[in-house]
Design a protein around this ligand. Structure first.
Ligand code: NBG
Length: 831
């Protein structure tokens, strides 16, 4: 086949319409696509037509690289990394792909010559695929970018949700959720592969049979669903490698169950189809805690089964047996969501490929590695044994067998220590029996990692302590990172231009450590002026955009103090609000107070069922409504809530921040990645010693970081000694008055009950020690206010922050995964 069908010889040199990177070639391709794909001519084209024509123009150029990569990877037979993740928060494709192709400027010129509004097409028009909740999904997207950039053969496997994370509206200060119909206008970035489909079974029972003296098991399911592949190319930056993101959509195997149809049960027959397709309907909108929803387990098993069947298919194209499967693939489990893969690979090897237990287990254990992303107890997934029995009876048998063999090993190692056996077991026997997915993932993996030094340390000393004692060498830390392509080059072109000028080349985009060269300019006042001008321009952009799209009016001359992330009590947006109210009270009491003018900007979604988080959103908006309209305040303090925080809006926000709020209770934020995005764009951080803040502070220097609050150890000590939040109020009049002011109804039109669930919770329980850290936070914020007044010093700190962020490029993280965990190397792709 390959010898017959080849692409046109050297399309680039012919200035081929579909592949040319010249300005003229791009113009021709664009007009061509508008005609032949959209069926429009420029005068009548809608904004969507214009966007689609641009997207297809870029996609053609990616496809050429993608096909070349697939060939090169196949020929090299190199190890392939498979990233298994239930979430990918990709963000808009177009601008990022233009950057990675290196044709942003040429495309802009081509657009100008065609009389197009380039920014409108490239920045505004695209509906972003919101196939993730927050940090975990965005990390997967950053890692896909870095894998391609580092030329590592990789496939991202996941779910093609029909509805991604909900869109957030703010109405009367409350969050309102609207479904995200991102596929409504079509998705030019994906290629459906209708013939690439796998059956995935559910329910039923198992049957044993004796096959020439060997016991074999057959699963007799009562439902089969098809998974169909949808492929999206992921381009590396400045290389010709393009990797594959393969997302699965669920379909009923036949459109109607003719049996039911003929017996007259028409609706029953349709229902089967609907149920099957529901599996990939919607992303669960919870950032961390998981309700034990059956559909969620179905989603997890569905995408994992399709992905493993696909990996086996790929492998068997060039191998006779599966004996060395683990040498070809390293499969990373992104949290416990895909942990069922351990049992599924065993099932495929044992039942579908007739392998014996020991070799199958050897392959499985050498294929998987597992990343833990949270220590929050409610997020450590478990599924009831009853649900497993009902949905995945064969997997439950396999899990029991893995557990038996594993616990025997434990018993021999720790004679008589049955308490330890119970703690390590894959099954939690307290009350209703449950399968512990983190244990399954750990036992079935050759490596387990946390996502920041502190988090990994806590993982090893708390939830994974027994495992760590058993297999100390299996545990690693790989601190998270973010891609500088999207979060500097795409988001903040002015800053990128300045960096390129100082560094003398664009090398820093591939090697972020090069930004160290900025250090030499940190004290140079002329340079500082330019630095500040870049920041102010980004702040102006944000202010203009907010003015266009919301009723917020903000002043770019003030300090932009930003907290943007999911709304969660442990992230403590309410601590931030208490600070705002503190300043407000001080200013009311003393109108002449010389306060640093500040704009507090919030962004973030709350899980739809998380009432306290939604009340925090309401409180932020309610406090804003009072303060923003108080003539006595006269703009010194302003509060803005940016609705629908997503990747696209994040790109507007990170460049415009002066201060980045990273104020979680120490020990709770596994890493955080927003902290890195802000800092890379020149914001200074006010933060606790939590997650990656610790390492950010180490890198940028303690003088360039505003630290406050209890440490993780101190939090534990306080809890052990008995924490009584009321005592914090008793010892701090101002704190007490701030809480009373909320309860007075000032922010709720006299309703003294509205915010009680929040204030009452703080006074009586305060599980995240907001009150314990209040005073330290207020004092630290005062230091921030003072520091801002010395702009020379502030600019210097800002420059040093950026200069020292090299460690937090996702390229560094991926390089560590490759060296220490995956043992995977690059394959150079040349067009
Ligand atoms: C989140 C953590 C963040 C971390 C990201 C990426 C989950 C379960 N965890 O702190 O809360 O940065 O994962 O590792 O979403």
């Amino acid at each position: 086949m390959n010898t017959i069908i080849t692409p046109p010889t050297n399309p680039a040199s012919m200035d081929h319409t579909r592949t040319s990177l010249s300005k003229e070639g791009l113009k021709r391709a664009y007009v061509d696509n508008l005609f032949y794909l959209q069926g429009r001519f420029p005068e009548v084209a809608t904004p969507l037509d214009l966007y689609m024509a641009a997207a297809y123009t870029v996609r053609d150029r990616m496809l050429e690289r993608w096909i070349c990569s697939a060939r090169a990877y196949r020929d090299a037979g190199a190890r392939t990394v498979c990233y298994l993740s239930a979430e990918y928060l990709l963000g808009p494709h177009l601008a990022n792909n233009l950057i990675n192709l290196g044709i942003m400027e040429k495309a802009r010129e081509a657009g100008d010559e065609l009389g197009l509004d380039f920014d409108d097409i490239v920045v505004e028009s695209e509906e972003e695929p919101g196939l993730g909740n927050g940090g975990l999904g965005r990390l997967a997207a950053c890692y896909m970018d870095s894998l391609a950039t580092l030329q590592i053969p990789a496939i991202g496997y996941g779910i093609r949700y029909e509805f991604g994370i909900f869109d957030q509206l703010i109405q009367d200060g409350w969050q309102v959720e609207v479904s995200d119909v991102w596929l409504r206008d079509g998705n030019p970035w994906e290629l459906p592969r209708p013939k690439l489909r796998f059956g995935v079974c559910f329910g039923g029972r198992t049957e044993q049979r004796n096959d020439n003296g060997r016991m074999r098991v057959r699963w007799l399911p009562d439902l089969v669903v098809n998974g169909v592949a949808y492929d999206t190319p992921i381009l590396g930056y400045g290389v010709d490698n393009a990797n594959l993101l393969r997302l699965w959509k669920a379909e009923a195997p036949r459109s109607f169950d003719f049996q039911s149809f003929n017996t007259g049960d028409y609706y029953g027959a349709v229902q089967t189809k609907v149920d099957a397709e529901n599996i990939t309907k919607v992303l669960y909108p919870n950032d961390e805690p998981q309700a034990g929803k059956e559909l969620r387990l179905k989603q997890q098993y569905f995408f994992v089964s399709c992905s493993l069947q696909d990996m086996i298919r790929l492998y068997l194209r060039s191998h006779e047996t599966l004996d060395d499967f683990h040498l070809k693939f390293a499969a990373q489990l992104n949290d416990t969501h895909p942990a069922i893969a351990v049992a599924e690979l065993m099932r495929l090897l044992l039942d579908e490929h007739d392998m014996d237990w020991d070799p199958a287990w050897m392959i499985t254990r050498n294929t998987f590695a597992f990343t833990n992303h949270t220590l929050l107890p409610e997020a450590l997934e478990t599924w009831s044994v009853a649900l497993f029995e009902h949905l995945l009876p064969r997997h439950l048998e396999i899990i029991y067998e893995i557990n038996n063999r594993f616990l025997d090993e434990v018993r021999i190692r720790y004679l008589g220590d049955e308490a330890r056996v119970a703690r390590l077991s894959l099954i939690d026997e307290h009350g209703q029996k449950r399968v512990r997915m983190a244990h399954l993932a750990t036992v079935g993996s050759f490596a387990v990692n946390g996502v920041a030094e502190l988090h990994t340390g806590l993982l090893k000393s708390t939830v994974m302590k027994d495992f760590c004692e058993l297999w100390p060498d299996r545990f690693h830390n790989i601190t998270n990172g973010v891609t500088p392509r999207r979060f500097i080059v795409v988001s903040n072109p002015r800053l990128a231009a300045l960096m390129t000028e100082v560094c003398g080349s664009e090398e820093w985009i591939r090697n972020l450590a090069c930004l160290r060269r900025l250090e030499a300019y940190a004290g140079d006042e002329d340079f500082q002026q330019r630095w500040q001008a870049v920041k102010t321009a980004a702040k102006r952009d944000l202010a203009n955009w907010l003015a266009r799209t919301t009723d917020a009016r903000i002043d770019p001359e003030t300090l932009f103090d930003v907290q943007a992330k999911r709304i969660h009590e442990y992230k403590r947006q309410h601590l931030n609000v208490l600070h705002i109210i503190t300043l407000y009270r001080r200013l009311k009491a003393n109108p002449d107070l010389d306060l640093t003018p500040r704009t507090f900007i919030f962004g973030g979604k709350a899980a739809p069922g998380y009432h306290l988080a939604k009340l925090i959103i309401k409180l932020i908006n309610a406090v804003g409504a009072v303060i923003n309209h108080d003539p006595q305040i006269n703009g010194t303090l302003r509060v803005a809530f940016l609705p629908n925080f997503n990747v696209k809006n994040g790109q507007r926000l990170y460049p415009a921040a002066d201060l980045s709020e990273q104020i979680s209770m120490a020990g709770k934020e596994a890493s955080g990645t927003g902290n890195m995005k802000f800092s890379m764009n020149g914001a200074l951080t006010i933060g606790t010693l939590d997650g990656a803040n610790v390492e950010i502070r180490e890198e940028v220097g303690e003088d360039n970081f505003f630290l406050f609050g209890l440490t993780a150890d101190e939090v534990q000590q306080r809890l052990a000694a008995g924490y009584h939040p009321r005592e914090c109020c008793e010892g701090d009049e101002e704190l007490s008055a701030v809480l009373d002011l909320i309860d007075s109804g000032l922010f709720s039109h006299g309703d003294t009950g509205l915010f009680r669930p929040l204030t009452g919770n703080l006074r009586d329980h305060d599980p995240f020690m907001v009150l314990a850290d209040f005073r330290a936070y207020i004092d630290c914020q005062e230091a921030v206010g003072h520091a801002w007044r010395d702009r020379v010093h502030w600019n210097r700190m800002s420059i040093l922050n950026v200069a020292r962020m090299g460690k937090f490029s996702s390229d560094r993280s991926i390089q560590e995964y490759c060296n220490r965990i995956w043992k995977a190397g690059p394959v150079d792709v040349r067009l």
